[in-house]
Design a protein around this ligand. Sequence first.
Ligand SMILES: [Mn+2]
Length: 379
Amino acid sequence: MKKQVSFIHCADVHLDAPFSALGKENLSGERRKDLKKTFERITGLVMEKDADFLVIAGDLYEHEYVARSTVIWLNGQFKRLDPKPVIIVPGNHDPCVKNSWYRNYRWSENVHILTTENPEYLDENLGVYFYGIGFDSFHQACLPVQKPPRVLPEMINICIFHGTLDLEFAQSPYNPADSDYLAGLGFDYYAVGHFHTRNEEHSKKGIINPGSPEPFGFDEQGEHGVYYVNLAKDGELKREYTFIKTQQRSYHEIDFSVDGAANYGELLEKIEKTLDLHDKERDIFRVNLTGCINPDLHIDIKSLAQHFEDSCFSIQFNDYTRPSYDLEVLAGEKNLAGVFVRKMKERMESAEGEEKQLLEKALYLGLEALFEGTVDISD
Ligand SMILES: [Mn+2]
């Protein structure tokens, strides 16, 4: 007896996520369109590879934000795959609560939603047994109590799990499980979802997390995509998996030293050159300005952002620069600035960590106030 199947495994699409961190409403709207394009790419991959089915391991949409029009569009995507099955396990952002779209919408016939009440789906045609461990509420501090799996040796057995793997989450656990426990259940493949960074660490046990197919912030800068998986059972199991990048845009956080910029024009030019190393019109940037700056050269991060607004999809600046005062010289002076610098240096010497940083900031703001008569603390 020989069994062989191929499928696409995705998770954490988060359709209609608000992207509130992007600020501007038009940008967050663009990002929501990106998510749809990404999902179209995923269903496109199922067709292109002529895969047998699509597995979605939770957080397909955001229950609190998803629009009816998006649900209708999503069902259209599923219909496009018909008769190839789509197997869904609800995550903590799209849990199978009472008013869930999973319960209250007439989905295309090829869609199978595995819930706590009904965690199994046996596809006789394909010879695959599916078992899901997901969410029927927004938070589950331990695994749901549900019908235990029955792994069928003559079938290919796939477990779809949305939750936290191998982590001590003392304060905020979401379906916590350890990889040895999962592996012990005896499935041939574990389609995991929840963390947005891809993880193949336990691939030898058949446990894979593709991460989100689209990144959602500056803490998700690596490659984002899905897995194309091949499982073959001929006495023994053969597992093959390939990562496929699907993201529309990337996030870049860049530390940029202003050292050596003599004037504003030169500063703009240097930033421009750094940005030119990337796809400015496509990607999302956060530029952290560091280093010492000539006190005459004021940095206004709002007008900087405005300057680059038209040539970049999204850009924001943080100002971590310090004015280049000569503290040694100032401390030797017999005036108010001299006394201030000496006192602050004394306090900084006995301080540590965050307090020290705060005192340093206070020192520079104090000097600015003394020399300029005014301080800009709007940011
Ligand atoms: Mn999740």
